[in-house]
Design a protein. Sequence first.
Length: 363
Amino acid sequence: MASTDPTADLANQLEPDDEQSSEQDSAYGDDDLISERTSLFSDIMKYREEVHDTFVSAFSPDTDTWLLGQNGRRYHGYKDGAYLLALQHHHIFNLANGGKLYLAPIERPARVLDVGTGTGIWAMDFGDAHEESHVIGIDLSPIQPAWWGSPIVSDEQFRLLLILSRVAPNVEFLVDDAEDLWLGNTYDYIHIRMLSGAIKDWPGLLAKAFDHMNPGGWIELTEFEVWLHSHNNSLHRAPDIQTWQEGLREAAALIGRRFDVAVNLENWVRQANFTNVTQHKIIVPAAPWPKNKELKTLGAYQLLNMLDAASSYGQAHFTRVLGWSADEYAVLSAKVRSQLKDRTLQLYSDLYTVYARKPMTAP
Ligand SMILES: C[S@@+](CC[C@H](N)C(=O)[O-])C[C@H]1O[C@@H](n2cnc3c(N)ncnc32)[C@H](O)[C@@H]1O
């Protein structure tokens, strides 16, 4: 197995920025967050314009709509919208992987599958970058742009989601359960990102991917370890974050899901008979505490994600699965949010990417 760490240099620069005091952070209110989000979103758009050469950014406060792109795409700018969150996540992966959409050494894959495609942003970017590929994104939910205007999408979803006037002809979205039978098609590259907590049977999913992979094809999986660490070993000063993390794990286990996915990917891929297995592990700060500029930027995006997760994502697990009241969760969530903003805790999580190949000789 080759195991590499492309950001080893960055990891060595995990020196905290002494100028950031925790007092500043505790005064960081929701208005600051909204303004920080707006400024980060603007940075994402600039980045996409430079890197993808696709967009012309502009924001219309009247319609709360972001930019018209060269390719005719329009993005809705709802501050707390699902699309914005997906864009934030996608941007974190872009930054962490040096702007690359994938790490596997693929060249011109004819048929590409994105499992659990979400808003479809990765599939669309990949389709733009690989006009030779036919990209299929599958998801349980019809939240991809192709469904825009479909009667399945409610008004509320409609307001929150990406509005796209054109999906490239080489990109297709299907509503499908990846844990059901996979029928027919085979692929040259299968991409799976951020499905921790969603999939019940990971070895079963990987066996399906192997069976539906053309010989010589590549699989790539990217997951965060859903657990925060402290670079200066001060997690004991964040007891509510620990309660929150342990509660999330417990709730996931009770509903037959698991969060310890990232650390197991490499073994599962190997057990599914893939070869040339390579694992990359990258440190992503959970707040803008490092001095290093790139890590600080990553941390700023990740803090917004974590704050959202503390408010909304965790609530369903604690109230519906663990039986907490909404008020009890609101108290925990407020404490977690406050601890997340404390840069002296030097919080981070590990981002794993594993890619592997189906042998040329496999049936
Ligand atoms: C956190 S999102 C990740 C989206 C996307 N992969 C990305 O990285 O931007 C997880 C997505 O997986 C989808 N999902 C969960 N279980 C699934 C399943 N069994 N089959 C297909 N999609 C699934 C969810 O509907 C959701 O859109």
